[in-house]
Design a protein around this ligand. Structure first.
Ligand SMILES: C[S@@+](CC[C@H](N)C(=O)[O-])C[C@H]1O[C@@H](n2cnc3c(N)ncnc32)[C@H](O)[C@@H]1O
Length: 234
């Protein structure tokens, strides 16, 4: 039985795209990324691009963005989204976070958004090994003087950060300590058009408990905390 996230990435990429389009409409992530590393003129490699929400942001300012994902269905929607922007400084291709089809020392910024943490649930017996491979790939691809950045959820429905599960708390603690990453968090709240839309978009991804709590609260803004881990590489 596939994980419900995997089922969504494989079969319902358009639904995923509609959900994430509702997140961070204030642009806090874009500002935070620019604080960590000014995006102007950078050559970027992106892991786990999904339907291109980060690709779109990065391409608007960076010199070039080469983005990868393991799921063809996500990349298909990503390509449609990127073509609609009219920008031409991007590429999308199949790639596994553990082994990217990219030469070494080619990027000023290597980034992943909401992709690496899946390994904690999908590979319960070898998640540390896989995370070490992913971080080693980032390190291999980044140029001296470049920056690696990881972006992951620090909780949906809460105003202050807390890892959604003990497993994710363990994962975040592991990569922060083992890979010597700096950390900050920001708010990237969801803003839905109506409660009806919140229900339609949230239930299959976030589950009944959180969706019912949102509906009971009666607010179309759903707080989301996002963690950003990074390292500037010598
Ligand atoms: C929550 S989505 C995030 C997508 C996108 N970064 C975003 O911000 O919306 C997770 C993505 O990671 C991809 N993914 C999961 N495991 C992967 C792997 N080992 N290699 C490459 N992509 C992977 C999935 O296919 C999915 O598109």
């Amino acid at each position: 039985m596939p994980d419900h996230f995997l089922e969504i990435y494989r079969n319902r990429a358009n639904y995923y795209d509609r959900l994430v389009a509702r997140e961070d409409q204030r642009g806090n992530l874009f500002r935070a990324l620019n604080d960590i590393r000014l995006l102007d003129g950078l050559r970027v490699v992106e892991f786990g691009a999904g339907t291109a929400r980060l690709t779109r942001l990065l391409s608007s300012q960076a010199c070039s963005v080469h983005s990868f994902d393991i799921e063809p269905s996500m990349l298909k929607v990503a390509a449609t989204n990127m073509r609609e922007t009219g920008m031409t400084n991007w590429s999308l291709a199949i790639g596994d976070n553990r082994r990217m089809p990219v030469v070494e020392s080619c990027a000023d910024l290597v980034i992943e958004g909401w992709s690496f943490a899946h390994v904690r649930e999908w590979q319960p017996n070898r998640w540390q090994e896989d995370i070490d491979k992913m971080l080693a790939e980032m390190q291999r691809i980044v140029k001296p003087g470049g920056t690696v950045v990881l972006v992951e959820t620090m909780g949906t429905g809460f105003r202050n950060p807390q890892a959604p599960t003990s497993e994710l708390a363990q994962l975040y603690a592991y990569w922060q300590a083992a890979h010597d990453l700096s950390y900050r968090w920001i708010r990237t709240d969801f803003q839905f058009a109506s409660l009806q839309e919140a229900e339609e978009l949230m239930r299959d991804f976030f589950g009944d408990e959180l969706t019912n709590a949102v509906l009971a609260r009666g607010k179309t803004i759903v707080p989301e905390c996002t963690g950003i881990w990074w390292k500037h590489v010598d």
